[in-house]
Design a binder for this molecule. Structure first.
Ligand SMILES: N[C@@H](CCC(=O)N[C@@H](CS)C(=O)NCC(=O)O)C(=O)O
Length: 202
């Protein structure tokens, strides 16, 4: 069975849990104790030399990095629906996967990492980057129901987690009605998995 090396509060791991659920793919969750440094153990580094979750293991295939895992799952189980097969369609998805790994990672995800986990960094600069990228999403979603196509794709799943979690980093979404409507559209999909709740908010 497919195994996902996971950390509950990780937005990157959430992306993968979410797609596995949306696709209805049976899987086993293997929790990785980041607080105990398990992700830097020799056995974990053998699966991902970068020492990060998520990692997906499917038989002899090991895939690291959330975007790469979404591509793998989307192609293997998505029948072209979640990852288009035509050149333009796939390129549109890749554009937004790159956005998830750069501007969204450096903005809302990094602000949350500083605020919630005490990572070293400039919180105000991260929040500013978050608002800059949210303005781009807001404009795009003014005339598009989803990021890369007229239907949900892995581009939406890759970007949803850290945008939904942005308030954890002090980045409120009130000024972005199109972004909030897009999050709500996604959250209504059958099998959709909600983002993890901020620990002290439980
Ligand atoms: N580009 C990677 C980033 C993965 C990542 O940053 N994982 C974090 C959890 S969200 C992690 O494992 N951090 C531990 C560390 O870097 O030591 C992805 O998209 O999967």
């Amino acid at each position: 069975m497919i195994r996902l090396y996971d950390f509950e509060l990780s937005g990157n791991a959430h992306k993968v849990r979410n797609l596995l659920s949306l696709l209805g793919v049976a899987h086993e969750i293997v929790p990785v104790a980041l607080s105990e440094g398990e992700h830097k153990s020799p056995s974990f580094l053998a699966r991902n030399p970068f020492g990060q979750v998520p990692v997906l293991v499917d038989g002899d295939t090991v895939v690291r990095d959330s975007s790469a895992i979404l591509v793998y799952l989307g192609r293997k189980f998505g029948t072209g629906e979640w990852l288009p097969v035509d050149a333009v369609g796939e390129a549109r998805v890749q554009e937004w996967l790159a956005t998830a790994s750069t501007s969204v990672a450096d903005g809302p995800a990094f602000a949350r990492l500083i605020e919630l986990f005490g990572a070293a960094g400039d919180l105000e600069a991260a929040r500013q980057r978050a608002h800059a990228v949210l303005a781009i999403f807001e404009a795009h979603l003014d005339h598009n129901p989803f990021l890369a196509a007229n239907r949900p794709t892995i581009a939406d799943i890759a970007n949803h987690s850290y945008i939904a979690l942005a308030p954890d980093g002090g980045v409120e979404l009130d000024a972005y009605p199109n972004v909030r409507a897009w999050l709500e559209r996604l959250q209504k999909l059958p099998g959709f998995v909600s983002v993890p709740v901020r620990p002290e908010a439980e």
